[in-house]
Structures are given as structure tokens and as C-alpha cells.
Design a protein around this ligand. Structure first.
Ligand SMILES: [Zn+2]
Length: 155
């Protein structure tokens, strides 16, 4: 009989641990989703009032505020996440999210850098030279035509 109770006890314990783990994972996912929604409200819908953000994502003002603080902490732990809220803070008097004035610029600059990179690549293509003997397009760093060996006359 004791063995039966031991087995039963083990099963109940395992089931309990398993349930706790599932609850932890589900809660974490729910929280991440809420944080993403809040971040979208700030970054895409341009909301800064905590009340408006709370209304948009359908959470209480106090939970929204806690999650915004959580997002700001996350930007310090992981530099690539929630970039717009890097060095942001909540003005508790106005109940408003204050972004670092440079944050939106930085996010925009990244996009500009990306465009410029594309531009630079195109410029490099233009720098290629065409052999006057056989019309082969050669890369800038080749001094001789890769097809007929003629010297680059454009230089
Ligand atoms: Zn050639």
C-alpha cells in the first residue's frame, strides 16, 4: 500500500511541476505579445500617452505602465530589441512615454544607411571598366581585361 502512495505522490508531483512549467511558458508568451503590441502602439501608431496606449492594446493603465518599464529595461539587456524605446522613460506626472529625441532619428538613420549601402553598390558597378578591345566588363581592381588581357585604357 505504501508503494502505491509513493507512486501516486510521484505522479502528482510530476504533474504539478509540469503544470507550473506550462503556466510559466504561457505567461511569458502572453507577456511578450503584450509588450509587442505596446511597442507597435508607440512606434507605428505614434502614441505617447500611457492612457491611449493602454486603451489601444486593451490593458489596464497600471499594467501598461509596468510593461513599458519592462520594455525599456529590455532595451538595456538586448540592444537590438525595441530600439525606439532605448533611453526612453515614463513621465509619471504627465503619464506619458518620453522618447530619447535621437531614438527615432537613429531608427531612421538605419534605414538611410541601408539605402546608402544600396547606392554604394550601384556606384561600384559603375566603376567597372569596359575593355576597348573586346567590350568585356571588368572589375575596377583588375588592371588587365579578364578576357583578352588588354590594359585598362580608361584609367
Ligand atoms: Zn578585352
Amino acid at each position: 500500500m505504501a508503494e502505491f502512495f509513493n507512486a501516486l505522490f510521484s505522479i502528482v508531483m510530476l504533474a504539478g511541476i509540469f503544470t507550473v512549467l506550462i503556466i510559466l511558458v504561457v505567461n511569458k508568451e502572453r507577456k511578450d505579445k503584450k509588450m509587442e503590441n505596446i511597442y507597435s502602439a508607440i512606434s507605428i501608431s505614434n502614441l505617447s500617452s500611457v492612457n491611449e496606449i493602454a486603451q489601444t492594446v486593451g490593458l489596464s493603465v497600471s499594467e501598461t505602465r509596468e510593461l513599458i518599464e519592462e520594455i525599456i529595461k529590455e532595451t538595456k539587456r538586448n540592444k537590438s530589441s525595441y530600439k525606439l524605446l532605448k533611453n526612453a522613460y515614463i513621465d509619471y506626472r504627465k503619464n506619458e512615454v518620453i522618447l530619447n529625441p535621437r531614438a527615432r532619428g537613429n531608427v531612421l538613420n538605419k534605414a538611410v544607411d541601408y539605402l546608402l549601402d544600396g547606392f554604394t553598390l550601384k556606384k561600384e558597378v559603375k566603376n567597372e571598366w569596359i575593355c576597348s578591345h573586346c567590350d568585356t566588363v571588368n572589375q575596377t581592381n583588375f588592371y588587365n581585361c579578364r578576357s583578352c588581357g588588354a590594359i585598362n585604357t580608361e584609367k
